[in-house]
Each structure stands twice: as structure tokens, then as C-alpha cells.
Design a protein around this ligand. Structure first.
Ligand code: PHB
Length: 367
């Protein structure tokens, strides 16, 4: 029986262990450009089997927060090149999380001050972060406009171009498609956010169409073996809800099974919150079984609130990878600490979002 510390293959990616650094928004990329401090931060954590970057916008339209990085301009790609070089130098593997926030944005962040885009013109009851007079402020998201069907091929193409740039120019080992947490692709999936009456709304097949088109476009460009995807069947994050998530995700996972992906990354329960939601039951074991039954060979990555005991149990129950979020903020050498049963540093919430080295690159490793 493998343990967390044994190597594993995830598509084309050979990973030294099964411990993954989860994607974590840190808002330390002014003008959306990755910095040398970010290279230091990620390379400090390179002993993880896999690093997943913070969510990274594929276009300015896909931006929803101040000081989160992008992957669509030359300076952004150059910044990421330095990050991937530092991680590889330290012996790590790193994929970039491809992000389009959809309606979780603000007119101040959008091209020409326009409305954010969404499957339907329904405002998310959630906040975003802007910088005003040099200080971060939480503001309501703006009312979005519904995307015209004619705009969707352009969005698919933008994802594909970002994936190509990620591996060919920025030096990433692969990409993770952000299909979770109430952002654009999840907005299309979930019944509360998608009230379209065209081929991209209504039935399960229609609501899953954009996510699957994006995934096929990316695997066609860079190969399934370098592509992972993140899903959150029942998270309430960013005000999404689906009336019947089990058959929705059963369909999604069976279609994904045909694409030879590197991994499937599942957020169990409420992102960063309870793993079980009494009003939103979901059978994750059935989801995984459906994936395998449909021929899916990708690594199965679990996420949300894992500690060592829960992670060990998950690996025994057949998970291939376990993602750690907050623990990775505070413990650059998390793999060693878990292996040695050493105590963990406590993350400081006050420095999660924005700022500089404090609470970012200054958490101590074991001597
Ligand atoms: C956030 O910036 O708050 C954020 C980003 C990506 C997620 C979740 C939250 O998946």
C-alpha cells in the first residue's frame, strides 16, 4: 500500500510524492506580473510532489481581483519563466492554474471599464478586492452581462492560447483548468448561475459544454498528460448552487475520463470550510468510481481540510494525491514535517492576501 511519501505518475508528470501544494491566492503580483519574490516563495515549497500556482487570469476579462497574476502578456510570461526556473532548479514540478473569473469581478478591473461576463446576467452575492488609494478594499461584484454564444469560441481559444504559452513559453510542467469555486466554468455548470436557453444552458449536457470544450481545446494543444482540472461539486463559494449536482458531475467526469488527463482535483464540501454540507450531500466515492468505470486513468487528487491522519486515510482509500492549502502557506518544508511528524507552523490570516515578504517567504523551515 503506497503512502503519502511514495512517488506517483500523474499523466506525463512523474511526481516524487503524493503531497500537493494547493492553489492559493496571495495577491502579490502588482499589475498582474509575477515577481522575484513569488519565485522565491514557490521554490521554497519545491519538495511538494506538485506545486499548483495561485489562480492566474487567462485574459484581462478573466481578472477579478487586484494584484493577482495573469498569463496573457509578455511581461507576465517573463515573470512566470523566472518562477518555473527557480522551482525546477530546486527539483520541483509546477503547473499553472488557468482562471477566468466570469461574473466574480468588478467594472474597475475589466477592459474599458465594461461589465464582467457570465452565462446569465445574474449578480453573484460575493465580494472582490480592489486597491483604492493604495489600500485593499472589499467591494460587491458588479452586475455582469450574459455572454453572447458567438463570444464563447473566443473564450475557448483564449484558454487554449494560455495553456500553450504556459508550457511553451513560461516553462510550466502543465496546467490546471480552474473549473471550480463559482468562477466562469463553474458558473456555466451550476443551475443557479446559468439560465441560458441556448446550447450552453438548460440540460446537464448543455451546462457542461463550455467546460468540456475548453478541456478538449487544451488537451488538443498540449496533451492530456499535462492537463489537470479542478472541480467543486457542492461548494457555495461565490454564490453558486446546483439543484442536482450528482448527475451533473457524473456526466462531467465520464466525459473527462475520455481525455487522458494527468489528474482530477476535487474540492470536497465548502472550499476552505466544512467538508460535509448537510443541505448539499454528495457522494465523492461514486464520482471517482464513475471516472474509473469510464476508463479515466488520471491521478485522483483530493482537497479540503486535510491533516496528516485524514490524508493517510485518503491514500489508503485510493486517492493518488492530497492537496494542502493553509498548511502550505506556513510550512515551506511541509513534506519533511509530515514525514518526520514535526510540528507545523501556524498560518497568519492577516498576511494571506497582499503585502510583501512578511507572512509569505519568511515562514521558517526546520533546521
Ligand atoms: C480568491 O481569490 O478568493 C479565490 C481564488 C480562487 C479560488 C478561490 C478563491 O479557487
Amino acid at each position: 500500500m503506497p503512502t503519502l511519501f511514495d512517488p506517483v505518475q500523474a499523466g506525463d508528470l512523474h511526481l516524487a510524492n503524493r503531497i500537493v501544494m494547493a492553489p492559493l491566492t496571495r495577491n502579490r503580483a502588482p499589475d498582474a506580473i509575477p515577481t522575484p519574490l513569488m519565485a522565491e516563495y514557490y521554490s521554497q515549497r519545491a519538495s511538494a510532489g506538485l506545486l499548483i500556482t495561485e489562480a492566474t487570469a487567462i485574459s484581462q476579462q478573466g481578472q477579478g481581483y487586484a494584484d493577482v497574476p495573469g498569463l496573457y502578456g509578455t511581461e507576465q510570461l517573463d515573470g512566470w519563466k523566472k518562477v518555473t526556473a527557480a522551482v525546477h532548479q530546486a527539483g520541483g514540478k509546477i503547473v499553472v492554474q488557468l482562471w477566468h473569473v466570469g461574473r466574480v469581478s468588478h467594472t474597475d478591473l475589466q477592459p474599458g471599464g465594461g461589465k464582467p461576463v457570465a452565462p446569465s446576467a445574474i449578480t453573484a452575492k460575493t465580494k472582490t478586492v480592489l486597491i483604492r488609494d493604495g489600500a485593499p478594499v472589499f467591494v460587491d461584484t458588479s452586475e455582469p452581462r450574459a455572454l453572447d454564444a458567438g463570444e464563447l469560441p473566443g473564450i475557448v481559444h483564449t484558454y487554449q492560447a494560455a495553456a500553450r504559452n504556459a508550457v511553451e513559453t513560461a516553462g510550466f510542467d502543465g496546467v490546471e483548468i480552474h473549473g471550480a469555486n463559482g468562477y466562469l466554468l463553474d458558473q456555466f455548470l451550476k443551475s443557479s448561475a446559468n439560465q441560458r436557453t441556448d446550447d450552453y444552458g438548460g440540460s446537464i449536457e448543455n451546462r457542461a459544454r463550455l467546460l468540456l470544450e475548453v478541456t478538449r481545446a487544451i488537451t488538443g494543444a498540449i496533451g492530456g498528460g499535462r492537463t489537470g482540472i479542478r472541480l467543486s461539486p457542492v461548494t457555495p463559494a461565490n454564490d453558486v448552487f446546483d439543484a442536482d449536482p450528482q448527475p451533473l458531475f457524473d456526466h462531467v467526469i465520464r466525459e473527462l475520463a475520455t481525455l487522458n488527463l494527468a489528474y482530477i482535483h476535487i474540492i470536497e464540501g465548502a472550499t476552505g470550510g466544512p467538508r460535509e454540507l448537510p443541505d448539499r450531500p454528495f457522494d465523492y466515492a461514486a464520482l471517482k468510481a464513475a471516472y474509473r468505470a469510464a476508463g479515466g486513468k488520471g491521478a485522483w487528487m483530493v482537497n479540503n481540510g486535510y491533516d496528516q491522519a485524514l490524508a493517510d486515510q485518503a491514500v489508503q482509500d485510493g486517492a493518488d494525491l492530497v492537496a494542502f492549502g493553509k498548511a502550505y502557506i506556513a510550512n515551506p518544508d511541509l513534506v519533511r514535517r509530515l514525514r518526520e511528524g514535526a510540528p507545523l507552523n501556524t498560518p497568519d490570516k492577516a498576511t494571506f492576501y497582499g503585502g510583501g515578504a512578511q507572512g509569505y517567504t519568511d515562514y521558517p523551515a526546520l533546521a
